[in-house]
Design a binder for this molecule. Structure first.
Ligand code: AP5
Length: 220
């Protein structure tokens, strides 16, 4: 199978995680989500987790040096050798430049960046209604993708009988801050990857299945 190095870009709630999980199942590539890595560190109560939590809970970005270090370690792991899907990294021009440097050193290159475009009102509704499984990381929504079991458990199968949770940064107040941070710090990356001629975009304001079908077509 060809090595594929892909990136999903988009605002909080655009559906990066949802689409990355579908790509992961389809292409057999690992999803590399800095948000998931940081949440795991918070859950384990490591020094990194304690530091990250204070930024995440108020909707701020974790410092570049911390996140870049995490990505360097993650992309050096054996399962990343055959490619990956980046979700939530990079988020600042400094992170994008660090990724370029890392890939150059490894003699690798980024194949494509896909921007998932969704109007702001929809982003707020998606994030405040999101529920996730703390064990298997499946993503649900109280209205758009309701959990299969009531009360809201991950699945009604034995494979993951876990109660779903709401992320602490999915309250209306923190979501508003995250959207501001996206506009100020991450949106400039659209231009950055356009200049590298790597960027394509999909209209993310449709059902996850329709978005995925267009995404797959774009990626070939
Ligand atoms: P992170 O976990 O990366 O969050 P995010 O980028 O804000 O993105 P989300 O996970 O909120 O949204 P998503 O686009 O994945 O949408 P999803 O598929 O879940 O980061 C969290 C925090 O960690 C940051 O604020 C920061 O503090 C820190 N951090 C992480 N990376 C960092 C970095 N690189 N640098 C510095 N700090 C970093 O979908 C959302 C909801 O919508 C779900 O309920 C889903 O079911 C629903 N949905 C999805 N698609 C559709 C659709 N097509 N139609 C209807 N509903 C849909």
């Amino acid at each position: 199978m060809a090595t594929r190095r892909l990136m999903l870009l988009g605002a909080p709630g655009a559906g990066k995680g949802t689409q990355a999980q579908l790509l992961m199942q389809d292409l057999g590539l690992p999803q590399v989500s800095t948000g998931d890595i940081l949440r795991a560190a918070v859950k384990e109560g490591t020094a990194l987790g304690l530091e990250a939590q204070s930024y995440m809970n108020r909707g701020a970005l974790v410092p570049d040096a911390v996140v870049i270090g995490l990505i360097e370690d993650r992309l050096a792991r054996p399962d990343a050798g055959g490619g990956w899907i980046l979700d939530g990294f990079p988020r600042t021009p400094a992170q994008a430049e660090a990724l370029d440097g890392l890939l150059t050193n490894l003699d690798q290159s980024l194949e494509a960046v896909v921007l998932i475009d969704v109007p702001e009102a929809q982003l707020i509704e998606r994030l405040t209604g999101r529920r996730t499984c703390p064990l298997c990381k499946r993503i649900f929504h109280v209205r758009f993708n309701p959990p299969p079991a009531v009360p809201p458990f991950c699945t009604d199968h034995a494979d993951c009988p876990s109660a779903l949770v709401q992320r602490p940064d999915d309250t209306l107040e923190v979501v508003s801050k995250r959207l501001n941070v996206y506009r100020e710090s991450t949106e400039p990356l659209v231009r950055y990857y356009q200049q590298q001629q790597k960027l394509t975009s999909v209209d993310g304001d449709r059902s996850p299945e329709v978005v995925y079908s267009e995404l797959r077509e774009l990626l070939g």
